[in-house]
Ligand binder design. Structure first.
Ligand code: SAH
Length: 342
């Protein structure tokens, strides 16, 4: 067990069992959520307690394996080594409204999307709550930049690691911890319908991003195997239920793939299917993945697609390419590194 995965009430109960007063739990919680690397940094704790904790509950912070910084827009990408030797990626993006960290939720992914680098080696394992929190904490510590926003859009499918992700959200949102507002958090899913319903029940104020990438089953089945389990109509019905439960507008991700999903007909079909559902579209020119024959749409096709959606009353933005000189998308660095350093 890692202490950093425990909520403050859980930590307090644990400390009581160890015969320590409750306020010690709060002190330790506060230190851990500052991103200390050792109990020796917890200077207001008795030496004996520091030693005991270090022995029973090692902190195990991740190590930086690679750090790439864009000269163009300051985007920083980290490859971390976790305590068991597995690697994950985190990206820090600098926006006018604040610094946003894009975190991984799993080592690899089992969803099999045809355009995505993170899924090529399959799922290795799910991340613990503290391993997600560590990505935020140590990105902030290493970069010296305060993090105000989080997106769960790195390696992995967050809703396929549901309990650990919920725990992470509670930790990062806690007032005694990083205190990051749910409204500053986006969770992205490929469309696990039962888990979207489960998330809706929690009535969190985060933004649900749905990776739609197609207007119908015919196209979606070709690029996203998950669509065979949860076809597009079921997914959009779940999005409507999610909106009804939370009053939060859904954000749809749409990777623009040349000749596959980027025609004017596709945009018009989307408009028909989304009628009455408050939504926003994020059009992402496809990042090319070495092993994949899929190519990004032309600028003209993207602009035309965007115009059709907007004219139909659905706001659509084209995501600016971040860190153009370092490739800010996730998945490739971990794979490259894992291939050369097994
Ligand atoms: N599993 C989650 C979150 C991780 S992927 C999900 O599917 O939403 C984060 C986003 O990047 C998703 O919208 C995903 O479809 C998209 N993505 C993956 N590979 C991409 C690529 N090569 N080009 C553009 N977007 C990509």
């Amino acid at each position: 067990m890692n202490l950093k995965s425990q909520t403050l009430p859980e930590l307090t109960a644990l400390f009581r069992e160890m015969g320590e007063p409750g306020f010690r739990a709060k002190q330790v919680y506060t230190w851990l959520h500052k991103g200390v690397r050792s109990y020796d940094e917890m200077t207001n704790l008795p030496q004996t307690l520091r030693q005991k904790l270090a022995q029973q509950y090692p902190i195990c912070p991740p190590e930086v394996v690679r750090k790439q910084q864009s000269q163009k827009d300051g985007t920083i990408k980290y490859l971390w080594r976790l305590s068991d030797g597995n690697c994950v990626e985190t990206v820090l993006m600098r926006y006018h409204y604040g610094n946003t960290v894009c975190i991984s939720t799993e080592v690899g992914c089992r969803m099999g999307c045809a355009f995505c680098a993170s899924t090529l080696g399959g799922l290795v394992r799910r991340l613990e709550a503290y391993e997600m929190l560590d990505q935020v904490l140590f990105t902030q510590v290493d970069s010296g930049l305060p993090v105000s926003h989080i997106v769960l859009m790195g390696i992995g499918e967050p809703l396929d690691n549901f309990d650990n992700v919920m725990r992470f959200l509670e930790l990062v949102n806690s007032p005694e911890g990083m205190n990051i507002s749910m409204r500053h958090i986006s969770l992205s899913t490929c469309g696990l319908v039962p888990k979207i319903d489960l998330l809706a029940e929690k009535k969190l104020q985060l933004t649900l991003s749905v990776s739609l990438h197609a207007p119908n089953d015919e196209i979606r089945n070709q690029i996203m195997p998950v669509n065979k389990a949860y076809p597009i109509q079921e997914l959009l019905d779940a999005c409507r239920r999610y909106y009804q439960a939370t009053s939060r507008r859904i954000s749809f991700e749409y990777a623009m793939i040349n000749g596959v999903n980027d025609t004017p007909e596709a945009a018009k079909e989307l408009l028909r299917r989304l009628k009455g559902l408050p939504a926003h579209f994020n059009l992402i020119p496809l990042n090319h993945v070495e092993e994949s024959p899929l190519k990004p749409s032309t600028k003209k096709a993207v602009a035309q697609f965007q115009k059709i959606l907007e004219d139909g009353g659905v706001p659509a933005t084209v995501r600016r390419t971040l860190g153009g000189d370092i490739d800010a998308s996730c998945g490739q660095l971990r794979r490259k590194y894992t291939r050369t350093n097994p």
